[in-house]
Ligand binder design. Structure first.
Ligand code: HEM
Length: 402
């Protein structure tokens, strides 16, 4: 599982440099006309969203020693102007005193995090929401083309138990918490950009405070339910030979053939493992956000990719293995949100098939009982097993004690 999580992290890491590469520095302009200070070209380039090499002004943070004494004529208040002070804060050279003993608290402005801020405010929101909208549209089209998958020959009226109470409890805790986490997570991401301009900063702040409280606390229910679901269903989700038949017949999604299946068919196994692996990954990155700086994941993972030669294999420069604690958090935030969006898209598909997409499916999680005709159509091997057990227990019950 760790390998899989690492592979997913690699894909993420591969995607990031391309964004970072866009920030490749433009050619160094001639700044002699301004005596080495910013030029109009610099300002214009920044306004166009291009990256400007700030090296030339990193050190331009004033020199208190060369200042005229404060009591002198034209004496200054310390030899550093406001811009110089802000520059020193931005590039981490200001002499900052903070009340926390933790030196990480002394980073008041983190210039190295600008790439993250831009991705978070731009592509992350844009592509994340498009992924959800695209999935929704694809499912709507599928519904229009395929319609509801019906139980052929109608319902039998006889039912069989599919999920026990504990299984349904675990499922609905997982589902309920995931839906809450998704809504509050999205609100936190888009609030400042989309809600604040319409509803005002105050309303946005209140909403996000409540959102964050829900998000942070409900996450525990999600993690507990994820473990419960894993323990209860893992054996039913191991690969089996019947999966090959299911794959060969494309799950009977198109056409009227219904391949035989055990308790879970191959499509459901994909859902199960996606939920488990992505759920574990989103939980881990969430924990690293919940306990700032305590769980650092990315420098170590990137180091492994470099050592294994994976980055070289795909023609990339070695990934960064030295990161400031703030950068670790930034990678965690992006990873958390990306995995969250991917999971939401997958869950859209799952909710579709569990409700409007398939007749009789919802009952499995609603009452725990499914119609025998539905079970025969979608999980024939499982039904046979259940019926064989029923016959056995009945015959045991009717055998007179010796
Ligand atoms: C309102 C939302 C949801 C509905 C209506 C729903 C419905 C269902 C149903 C009917 C089943 C049983 C299918 C069967 O009998 O074969 C199921 C199984 C399952 N559900 Fe959900 N579910 C929802 C949300 C979620 C969420 C949010 C997650 C995870 C984050 C989730 C994870 C699972 C898993 C792992 C299984 C077992 C594998 C499978 O059947 O695909 N469900 N769900």
């Amino acid at each position: 599982m760790l390998r899989l999580i690492s592979t997913l992290a690699l894909l993420f890491a591969l995607a990031l440099p391309s964004v970072a590469q866009q920030a490749e520095l433009a050619t160094t302009p001639d700044r002699s006309a301004t005596g080495g200070a910013q030029t109009l070209d610099d300002v214009m380039a920044r306004q166009r969203g291009e990256a400007v090499d700030d090296e030339f002004r990193r050190e331009a943070t004033g020199d208190p020693d060369s200042a005229a004494g404060t009591m002198d004529q034209l004496g200054t208040l310390g030899g550093a102007s406001d811009p110089e002070l802000w520059r020193a804060l931005r590039f981490g050279t200001a002499d900052v005193t903070v009340s926390t003993a933790d030196k990480r608290g002394r980073v008041l402005v983190q210039d190295g995090g600008m790439w993250w801020l831009k991705i978070r405010q731009g592509p992350l929101i844009k592509y994340g929401l498009w992924l959800l909208a695209g999935t929704f549209i694809a499912l709507a089209l599928f519904y229009l083309l395929r319609g509801k998958i019906r139980v052929e020959g109608g319902l039998s009226g006889r039912t069989v138990e599919r999920f026990k109470f504990m299984e349904r409890m675990a499922h609905w805790t997982l589902a309920g918490s995931f839906i809450l986490l998704s809504i509050t997570g999205i609100l936190g991401l888009i609030g400042r950009k989309f809600l604040a301009p319409t509803f005002g900063l105050e309303a946005n702040a209140t909403l996000l405070m409540v959102s964050k409280f829900i998000h942070n606390n409900v996450s525990w229910a999600f993690m507990v339910a994820l473990i419960a679901v894993f323990v209860m269903w893992v054996l039913h989700n191991l690969p089996s030979r019947t999966d090959l038949v299911w794959i060969a017949q494309a799950g009977g999604i198109v056409g009227s053939k219904h391949p035989p299946a055990k308790k879970f068919n191959f499509g459901q196994k994909i859902i199960f493992w996606s939920v488990i692996i992505l759920g574990a990954s989103v939980s881990l990155s969430g924990l690293s956000l919940l306990f700032p700086y305590e769980i650092t994941l990315f420098a170590k993972t990137f180091g492994l990719f470099n050592d294994w030669g994976v980055t070289a294999l795909v023609g990339l420069e070695p990934l960064p293995t030295q990161m400031s604690p703030q950068e670790e958090m930034q990678y965690s935030q992006l990873w958390h949100a990306i995995v969250g969006f991917v999971m939401m898209a997958i869950i859209f598909g799952h909710i579709y098939i569990g409700t409007v997409g398939m007749e009789g499916a919802y009952d499995a999680m609603g009452t725990g009982e499914v119609d025998e005709a539905w079970a025969e159509q979608h999980h024939s091997i499982w039904l046979e097993e259940v019926q064989a057990k029923q016959v056995l227990s009945k015959s045991r019950a009717s055998t007179p004690a010796e």
